[in-house]
Write a protein that binds this ligand. Sequence first.
Ligand SMILES: *Cc1c(COP(=O)(O)O)cnc(C)c1O
Length: 455
Amino acid sequence: MEKTKIFLDENYMPKRWYNIQADLPKPLPPVYSPRTLKRATLEELSVLFPMEILKQEVSQERWIDIPQEIRDIYAVWRPSPLYRAIRLEKALKTPAKIYFKWEGVSPAGSHKPNTAVPQAYYNMKEGTQTITTETGAGQWGSALSYATSLFDITCRVYMVRVSYEQKPYRRNLIHLWGAEVFPSPSNKTNAGRSILKENPEHPGSLGIAISEAVEDAATHEDTKYSLGSVLNHVCMHQTVIGLESKEQFKMEERYPDIVIGCVGGGSNFAGISFPFLHDKLKGDKKDLRVIAVEPQSCPTLTKGLYAFDYGDSTKLGPIAKMFTLGHDFIPPGIHAGGLRYHGASPIVSALKDQNIIEAQAYYQTEVFEAAMLFAQTEGHVPAPETAHAIKSVVEEAKKCKQTGEEKVILFNASGHGHFDLKSYELYLHGKLTDFEYPTELVKQSLKKLPKITED
Ligand SMILES: *Cc1c(COP(=O)(O)O)cnc(C)c1O
């Protein structure tokens, strides 16, 4: 009999994170300072991040030990189950075998605590009193609030205003775990005030919220900043997802042909795919396909430019080479708030640039349609972000139906959608609209990239 879920014993929880930097065909381009447009110095970055995090950010070691204190907390929800989506397969009448790694079981309901906990831990070790951060849909803000509460650290969250208004329950969760949360743009920072002056009704964006959190950290003693995605160390912390999945696939005596994840900044995609890409980069699994899925209204990897750009809107954060739509591009207010970011992880971007991975983009109504099918077959209600990955799975499974191929498809179910039911309500009432890709806005935005001379 085929199993519905594959559980891994706690003893098999990964003891080390996988650092894909050790296996990249080319080293990553360096990070530049927004002030000098020269290479960023450790000193500049250490205003924002603790030393251990910075070391991990540039490490070329393939494996990095997970401290036991972190593994003890991971054990609250890890290892997470790997599910076989038998009922979805039946509904699609596909010969494909569909698996999903279910990250919705964490306290915050997504993959984000996988990095929130180590980030809070390393900050605690180095004496940080307060951590500031941004959040889109509230997933990251709630995950970091949970993590900081475990180590007695104060947490201040800048939440993108449209999401602050659309998703009140995540705000409550942030308060419940003892953190403060402000709608961004806010009047608490120069960055926020200058944007509000031009437009008091500004809906906000991740780029602006990052600017506010960075400014807050840079101007307060014992305060550091934390990013929930994009950066190398964040992607690395998330590899527990793929490492566990590999063990679970061994128990199934299978190996995926296709690995799929949605991409906002790229961290859950990195988490599920990098441990499998390890095999592809070694030459063992040359035919493995890895697909990054994004919204049509913010198609960074499919339509952006691979170039140096600021990580945030008001040019306070470091400059990295990545796929970008331009740092002052404000994506339309789609309901997958976690996917509204102008850039993408430099590692994921490099993999895309070198054609090691593929990218696809979908409209939000077709994404919600796939999410409904998933909820009605598998039961779990996916986050709108996760639904992007599901849409791609459905498309790939349909191709298998046409060709008769029994491909093994794995996707990361990055989070549950219990706090996103308002979005589902709008979808069910036919009130969700699709946003065309704003070609002209992006063209303007891409004219403002910083001029970096690579040394
Ligand atoms: C934040 C979030 C995402 C997008 O972020 P990535 O860093 O690209 O993973 C996707 N899914 C869920 C459920 C999220 O909370």
